[in-house]
Structure formats: C-alpha cells, structure tokens
Design a protein around this ligand. Sequence first.
Ligand SMILES: CC(C)(COP(=O)(O)OP(=O)(O)OC[C@H]1O[C@@H](n2cnc3c(N)ncnc32)[C@H](O)[C@@H]1OP(=O)(O)O)[C@@H](O)C(=O)NCCC(=O)NCCS
Length: 194
Amino acid sequence: MSSIYPPLETQRFILRDFVESDWQAVHAYACNPEVVRYLPFGPNSEEDTKNYLHTEIKSRRKKVRDHFTFAIALKSDKQVIGSCRISISDRNKQEASIGYCLAKEFWGQGYGTEVARKLLEFGFKQLSLHRVFALCHPKNKASMRVLIKVGMRQEGYLREYEWSRGEWQDRLLFAMLDREMMQMQLLNIELEKV
Ligand SMILES: CC(C)(COP(=O)(O)OP(=O)(O)OC[C@H]1O[C@@H](n2cnc3c(N)ncnc32)[C@H](O)[C@@H]1OP(=O)(O)O)[C@@H](O)C(=O)NCCC(=O)NCCS
C-alpha cells in the first residue's frame, strides 16, 4: 500500500496534512479551555502547539502510515479551523479510531459531521478498514451527536477507561463496520432516486 495520499475534499473543506506554519491557526483553538475540555491535551501553551505539530509532521516519515492527522481548511478562504485524525490501532484487525476538533466559532454548522463522514469514507474505502471506532466523553453531547449522525452505533460504556485531568473518566464507545458504511451509501443512492 502506498503511503502517499492526496488531500481529502468535502463540500466545504480540504483535509490536508499539516505544515509547521499552521501552528498559529491550531493554537487559536488548542489554547481554548472550552474546546479541549473533553480532549486528552491542553489548553496548550504556544510551545505545546508547536511540539504537537512537529510530532505530527515527523510521524508522516514512516513508510507505511498508520496515523493520519489532517488540518481542516475551509475551501472558501483556506483558513485552518480545526483538525481531525484517523489512526489504525490494529492492522491485522483492520481497525482504526477517529477524532476531530474545531475552533469554537465554527461549531453548530454541521462541520463536525461533514468531517467525520469523510474520515469514515477514507478509512473504509482507501485504507480498506473493517471497523472504525470513536471514544467520547459521556458529557460531550456535541461529539456524541456527530457520531450518531454519521451512522456509528454505540457499542458500549467504558467505565473509568481513561486517566485524564486527574481522574478516571468514563468513555462511550461508538463504532461502524465496513458493511454498514456500504449499506448506508446504497440507501443514500436509493433516496436520491426518489
Ligand atoms: C465535537 C465537535 C467537533 C462538533 O462539531 P460541530 O461542527 O459543532 O458539529 P455539528 O454541527 O456537525 O453537529 C453537532 C450536533 O451536536 C448538537 N449539540 C451541540 N451541543 C449540544 C449539547 N450541549 N447537547 C445536545 N446536543 C448538542 C448540535 O445540535 C448538532 O446536532 P443536530 O445537527 O442534530 O442539531 C465540536 O463541538 C468540537 O470541536 N468540540 C471540541 C473538541 C471535541 O470535543 N472533539 C471530540 C472529541 S470525542
């Protein structure tokens, strides 16, 4: 499998690899406590954000990539307004996890859903995955809603699953299988015909 992938495109975004000069755009949201409330990092210092980007960029040097972090750039003006990722957790099981994060001023316009849908499509079609999952803090209602809207199913409630911010935190487990993605696409095609 080649490790070179062109940027992904949705109706409103280009999902592309980060470059070092994106750090200010990333920092603008990564330093916001409200944005990172349910994330494992932040609020970031400038140094944290630069180190994060540096690590992400370095991780692309691997011959076979198993971790893809994309900048979410608006098509209209190329502004970077967030990031998203898909990470292969187990190649033998053809399994990966997804995650996403947007600057607060862009919440509530369907952007999170548009991005998550593309990550699933990329995972199943281009990475030939069998299963994609996401973990979500039970209080993160917006993220939970995104996962439901893209058609992922809640499979479990993982008690005290992650040590984060000085406490054991629960996580909701959502997942989708490749055949469910195909069924959903067939359904959409049928609906378009109506
Ligand atoms: C999660 C996130 C990406 C969602 O992005 P978004 O662009 O606002 O998402 P969408 O607009 O596509 O959908 C959000 C849905 O959540 C709903 N929602 C938002 N806040 C909610 C709340 N407090 N309670 C219930 N539903 C809520 C919205 O109404 C919408 O659902 P609807 O379309 O049925 O009305 C964004 O909130 C974010 O970046 N959060 C910080 C980072 C984060 O927590 N990432 C997820 C880690 S698992």
